[in-house]
Design a protein around this ligand. Structure first.
Ligand SMILES: Cc1cc2nc3c(=O)[nH]c(=O)nc-3n(C[C@H](O)[C@H](O)[C@H](O)COP(=O)(O)OP(=O)(O)OC[C@H]3O[C@@H](n4cnc5c(N)ncnc54)[C@H](O)[C@@H]3O)c2cc1C
Length: 403
């Protein structure tokens, strides 16, 4: 027998699940809502291991959910931080063309950003660059003045607080182990007992495909974990970076390419890269989980992905194993940096949804069935976009669940 009854159970206490739960309590205060998180506190995985950037939305295809929700989300995140006293800084970003042939690409990026409704974008002259980022190298520069930084774990704590003051419950240390249907209701089995509910929203991040399978929904994608490793600049070299310095991206993988990010509580990060992780929540090279590894290697989409993207993947692994190569990439952005100026820091693991044909799912992806809504792909910039993502998912649930 289930221990307690709810109207909505949200699985996953990352920034997306928390935003969804918060929007539910705001839009439907009469519903009994529970959020379950397997760790002892919220934001322990992607939402607590990211770069802390409030992205502006320049990279994403005009008309995509990513573009729309990132642009809206950046403004909403700034307002949220301001309203709740969470530290943030709109320090701006410079995107660097390191070779002449990249100059047309930053020009197209500027046009894409304008099509996405981002204001203030402009190409910088060398004298202007020297005023903003005097140590930055390259041959062409695009300024994105609205990009900022914050601390997403603090945002998550605030979302969690607003859920409980809005009448919902947040149960940490509660891992979902099964999802069953019984007597017209859904029973969520956990390590702390069972809950029955009318509706479920699966926001389990690196485990969202598994939670879908528990609910007998065969996901259209599999989650492949990619670890992103960071270096810290030493205290003596932090002054070389004032805001954010990024390379010209390959728009198929805007998250790739070594970049420099100032942190809101001090320090400058270099990275992250993206290498296959042999454990879904494995933050070190040596972390290994047999089930996770077998699942990755037995997925046909993984091998097809290898065939499509092997060249980029090889470069990432090479830079992960070879600090000299990493430093060489960084020198293109910051010529004064030396290998000794970089100290190994933490890492994050991205949940990348990969289709059976081996292509990465590009846009955000949410799928609603009769009584369960599955959030399958919410990679970067989902922390930035978390407020409108929560709002959109609740809107979709309202229609799908006929609330
Ligand atoms: C290295 C890196 C850098 C990034 N940088 C940025 C950035 O600068 N700006 C930006 O906007 N975005 C960034 N992102 C992306 C952003 O962090 C993620 O898109 C976002 O955090 C995803 O949130 P989530 O809630 O879906 O996932 P998560 O934060 O991973 O949350 C999922 C939660 O579900 C829980 N869970 C899983 N299975 C179960 C279960 N069975 N039962 C109960 N709970 C379960 C997990 O413990 C976890 O807490 C970055 C991501 C990474 C990895």
């Amino acid at each position: 027998m289930p221990d307690q009854r709810f109207d909505v159970v949200v699985v996953g206490g990352g920034i997306v699940g928390l935003s969804v739960a918060m929007h539910f309590t705001q839009s439907f205060p009469h519903l009994r809502l529970l959020l379950v998180e397997k760790e002892d506190s919220v934001a322990r995985h992607q939402s607590g291991h990211n770069s802390g950037v409030i992205h502006s939305g320049i990279y994403y295809k005009p008309g995509s959910l990513k573009a729309k929700l990132c642009v809206e989300g950046a403004a909403a995140m700034q307002a949220f931080c301001r309203d709740y006293g969470i530290a943030y800084d709109i320090c701006g970003k410079v995107i660097v063309a390191t070779r002449e042939d990249e100059i047309p690409r930053i020009q197209s990026l500027l046009e894409r950003g304008q099509a996405n409704g981002i204001s203030g974008l402009r190409l910088l002259k060398k004298e202007e660059l020297k005023e903003r980022e005097p140590h930055c190298g390259g041959v062409g520069w695009l300024l994105v003045p609205g990009t900022g930084i914050t601390y997403y774990p603090a945002v998550c704590e605030k979302y969690a607080g607003l859920i409980t003051t809005g009448g919902g419950s947040v149960n940490t240390g509660t891992e979902v182990t099964g999802v069953k249907r019984a007597n017209g209701e859904t029973v969520i089995e956990t390590n702390r007992g069972a809950y029955s509910t009318r509706f479920v929203v699966n926001c389990a991040g690196l485990h969202s495909d598994r939670v879908s399978r528990m609910a007998n929904k065969k996901p259209e994608v599999s989650i492949i974990p990619f670890r992103g490793e960071y270096y810290d600049l030493t205290k003596q070299t932090e002054h070389l970076v004032r805001g954010l310095i990024y390379p010209t991206p390959d728009l198929r993988f805007p998250f790739l390419g070594v970049h420099l990010t100032r942190r809101i509580h001090g320090g400058v990060d270099a990275g992250p890269n993206a290498v296959l992780a042999l454990k879904r929540e494995g933050y070190r090279w040596t972390d290994f989980n047999l089930r996770d590894t077998l699942e990755t290697f037995s997925y046909s989409g993984f091998w097809r992905m290898g065939a499509h993207y092997w060249r980029s993947a090889a470069g990432e692994v090479y830079r992960s194993l070879n600090k000299t190569a990493f430093t060489e990439s960084l020198k293109k952005l910051l010529p004064e940096i030396r290998e000794a100026d970089l100290v190994s820091d933490g890492a994050g693991v991205r949940a990348q949804a990969v289709r059976r044909d081996g292509y990465l799912v590009d846009d955000f992806q949410f799928v609603c069935s009769e009584n369960i809504l599955h959030v399958w792909n919410v990679p970067s910039p989902a922390a930035t976009a978390s407020l409108p993502i929560g709002r959109e998912i609740v809107k979709m649930a309202k229609e799908g669940f006929r609330l």
